[in-house]
Ligand binder design. Sequence first.
Ligand code: PLP
Length: 284
Amino acid sequence: MTRIAYVNGDFVPLEGAKISVLDRGFLFADGVYEVTAVIDGKLVDNEAHLARLERSLGEIEMDHPVSMEDLTALQLELARRNNLTEGGIYLQITRGAAERDFAYPKDVKPSLVMFTQERNLVHDPRAETGVDVITTPDLRWKRRDIKSVAMLAQAMAKQEAAKVGAAEAIMVEDGLVTEGSSSTAWIVKNGKLITRNLSNSVLPGVTRLSVLALCREQNLEVEERTYTVEEMYEADEAFITAATTLVMPVVKVDERILSNGAPGPIGSRLRSLYINMARATATG
Ligand code: PLP
């Protein structure tokens, strides 16, 4: 089946989806994006994704090409046209095509592009075994709270992980864990969960937000604070969260085996609670 993409008002076959070479997303990475998980053909945590999108757009003084309500309808229509029951919707807004110049152009309409990706989320076999991660220096810019399409540092980090067969690269700055290249990083020590506090140094993860709410419901103690790589090595368990992995247990960090090499109880419990919550609250 041909995949259908959405480009500036039109649903088109993915091979025919086109954007100008002068688009500032292409020339300057002048754009922001979101990935929303789809389960049972419905959008998971999408209100929070669109709220973060709105914030990212505001931080770079970019207009919305369509209202947030219309955007939800377009996402659902794209999922429907692609018969997508499980996976993700990638959505990107760039400042649009203009003569190449650094400062923002005036009166240019932003570009909106979306496509779908099928992915096993609920029955991801990696959740049964847990995943290995490596640590790597965080090479990114200083506004990581903006979900920018400038992702070369994350691609380099993920490539380091891929070279040694690890699923994720945990980025480290000044001895402190920032986050995964495409995920939020969590550790558990003595029954307490620890994840980095929000600031310009990390992306405010949407899955992180929902997992924090689940922790409150379950009376699990959480500390939102910086933590060191050594704390991660010494953790009882660890996991990562993202729209593309949900809650994914980590069983090895560099050469250190965690929780005897099997998914830890807290991460596994939060994964199943998150999936139940996602199914119960998804939009569509
Ligand atoms: N941190 C970074 C750097 C990411 O790229 C992502 C997702 O792409 C996340 C965290 C997790 O965010 P979310 O849970 O909203 O998918």
